[in-house]
Design a protein around this ligand. Structure first.
Ligand SMILES: Nc1ncnc2c1ncn2[C@@H]1O[C@H](COP(=O)(O)OP(=O)(O)OP(=O)(O)O)[C@@H](O)[C@H]1O
Length: 324
């Protein structure tokens, strides 16, 4: 195999920069064939992934694996580059180049969902031991207003979780690994206090519609986790072709405490201000501007008219039969 590794040196509060020399040493010791590419700016992994696929498909390279060494953002951009490349080159009929993960970011929720170890060496050993690609479900969304689309591995959030992402990304201490956890939790508290509820309309394929006048946290998720390991949708799985939608209506202070307590017990879906759906397709519409996030990447503050479904992409991971 030949591993084309996209390294985000800034992932995990510069953990990428510190960990890469160890990864490289390990690869050299084992005489593994690899090429490394370093991201230099936001969005760079999209361009690098496309460039690698261009090269790999032009030379008919049969044993290529694209590896995202970073956090969920790097992985998201790598996937986006792959999906964009294959959409732009529909004539390519060789199998899609699989994506592997070296989770050296902060949250690493997709790695958690796939049971990929979050220590670089264990993750690398599993990656190198893998023999066959596994098709995994990913989220696909279409903006109904302009028909643009995109993908997510983890979740597409509107409201509270996206406000947290916005505040954490703009925190002054974000780039210091030691403080990134603190910055995150400070952002959660700030967001809970300041985020405003909004009207959300959910439409199902059969035309059934629900309206939530006080939606507060709206997450469409591909697996159980969000926010760095919070088990927001315990029944969700990348091995199901469904997406899970969690809608939390604006809670009172007492309800916030109850929500956190029930979340820890994984019983929060029983609360009457928490709503949960699982489906292969649904649409969400809002009419007030709110922050949005996709796999931890900011969308800014806007309104949404979005439809959701799943697609698949091959990943270079150890298959977990038990969760199928
Ligand atoms: N050289 C760079 N300088 C600044 N930002 C970069 C650079 N390379 C990549 N980025 C950006 O860094 C951001 C964060 O990366 P990533 O999500 O992989 O790490 P993380 O936030 O630590 O992990 P997680 O999302 O799992 O919490 C991404 O938006 C990416 O575009």
């Amino acid at each position: 195999m030949e591993y084309f590794i996209i390294v985000n040196p800034t992932a995990g509060g510069n953990n990428g920069r510190k960990t890469w020399p160890k990864i490289e040493k390990f690869l050299k010791t084992k005489s593994i064939s690899y090429r490394a590419y370093f991201t230099e700016y936001d969005g760079h992994a999209v361009a690098i992934a496309m460039q690698i696929l261009n090269q790999v498909t032009a030379t008919n390279h049969p044993d290529a694996v694209l590896v995202a060494a970073g956090g969920d953002g790097t992985l998201h951009e790598t996937l986006l580059g792959c999906m964009r490349f294959y959409t732009e080159h529909p004539q390519i009929n060789t199998p899609q180049v699989p994506i592997g993960l070296l989770p050296i970011g902060s949250g690493n929720d997709f790695a958690r969902a796939l049971n990929v170890p979050r220590h670089w060496q264990q993750a690398l050993e599993e990656l190198l031991a893998c023999q066959i690609a596994t098709k995994i479900n990913i989220g696909h969304f279409i903006n109904q207003d302009n028909q643009t689309d995109g993908y997510f591995l983890n979740n597409f959030g509107i409201g509270l979780d996206a406000t947290v992402v916005y505040l954490a990304n703009h925190s002054l201490v974000k780039h210091y690994q030691r403080f990134s956890g603190l910055a995150y939790w400070a952002s959660v508290i700030h967001a809970v206090q300041t985020a405003k509820p909004f009207k959300l309309t959910v439409t199902h394929p059969d035309g059934d519609t629900q309206i939530y006048p006080n939606a507060f946290l709206v997450t469409t998720t591909n697996h159980a986790y969000f926010g760095g390991g919070i088990d927001i949708a315990p029944q969700a799985s990348v091995y199901k072709n469904t997406l899970d939608l969690i809608v939390v209506e604006k809670p009172t202070r007492r309800q916030i405490a109850l929500f956190v307590f029930m979340l820890l017990l994984k019983r929060h879906l029983h609360l009457r201000f928490v709503h949960h759906f699982s489906g292969v397709h649904f649409e969400l519409k809002t009419n007030e501007s709110r922050y949005g996030q996709i796999d931890g990447e900011e969308l800014g503050s806007k309104t949404y008219d979005v439809s959701y479904e799943t697609k698949t992409y091959p990943f270079w991971i150890k298959e977990i039969a038990a969760t199928h």
